[in-house]
Write a protein that binds this ligand. Structure first.
Ligand code: ADE
Length: 269
């Protein structure tokens, strides 16, 4: 996969040289190019922002440097190749998720446009749609100072799904969100630590029991921390022990979907 990032703070992206993503780059699994937006300005001050039409606080990023930068990045697309996806990190974007990361990991080329200030002149998005599939994306319902931190998160989430980047691909299967649930708790040696014991089932050697305990811990934890995820959980084909686990947590299964019982009061303790 090839990734291009355009930013006025290219140094912000330096952590992508470290750890698994840095190694993926060294191994040729991921090509990552960072471009300075100011290199695409034409005035002495390398200006990238201006005051907003209509008034209001803050500054808006000027369209022309963005068009120059994105045209340069798009220029070396081989004829016939698919349009690269242009991801524009923004709190006003669609929500980035594990499902989005999986989908984007299947693309040949991603381009990230890091806005700062109050954002990028909206006409850039319309213009860019001729060269890219444009996807404004948000990390979550909070406001960052710019897109760079969001790009670090998204490139890591996407990059680790590329074949060969994570040594043991099985670790991708059993992690939080890969099946719409949060991950079960994990423990390592010693089995007794500061008067706290590892759950006995994990020392039992009974793999069936361990798998069931882990699944039920996923249900319990998801109910406690992210009950919204259970609204979308497919409960149609659950084994009996799992139905019982959900009944104990205060859920009925109606038409294959989990419904919290009115009398359970949201208390999963
Ligand atoms: N830029 C500013 N806030 C953001 C957010 N929540 N997600 C993605 N990009 C952003």
């Amino acid at each position: 996969m090839r990734v291009d990032v355009v930013s006025i703070f290219p140094d912000y992206l330096a952590p992508l040289e470290l750890s698994l993503i840095g190694k993926a780059r060294q191994d040729g699994l991921l090509e990552l190019n960072v471009h300075d937006l100011r290199d695409f300005t034409s005035d002495r001050h390398r200006t990238v922002d201006d005051t907003p039409y209509g008034g209001g606080a803050g500054m808006v990023m000027k369209p022309e440097p963005w068009a120059q930068a994105l045209a340069a990045v798009a220029a070396d697309r081989p004829s016939g190749a698919a349009k690269p996806v242009l991801i524009v990190p923004s709190p006003a974007g669609e929500r980035f998720s594990q499902a989005a990361a999986q989908e984007l990991a299947g693309e040949e080329r991603l381009v990230f446009a890091c806005g700062r200030y109050e954002g990028i002149d909206e006409r850039v998005m319309e213009w860019a749609a001729e060269h890219f599939t444009v996807r404004p994306m948000s990390l979550g319902d909070y406001v960052l100072n710019g897109g760079e931190v969001a790009v670090l998160a998204m490139v890591e989430a996407i990059g680790r799904l590329l074949p060969g980047v994570v040594g043991n691909p099985e670790s991708l299967v059993e992690e939080s969100h890969s099946d719409g649930l949060l991950e079960y708790p994990v423990y390592t040696k010693p089995s007794s630590w500061r008067d706290r014991e590892v759950p006995a089932v994990l020392l039992s050697g009974n793999h069936g029991k361990i798998a069931q305990w882990r699944r039920h811990e996923q249900y319990r934890r998801t109910d406690e921390r992210r009950p919204d995820l259970l609204e979308h959980f497919d409960a149609a084909k659950l084994p009996r022990a799992d139905r019982t686990a959900f009944a104990d947590l205060g859920y009925d299964i109606v038409d294959g979907h989990l419904k919290r019982r009115a009398d359970s009061g949201g208390d999963s303790a």
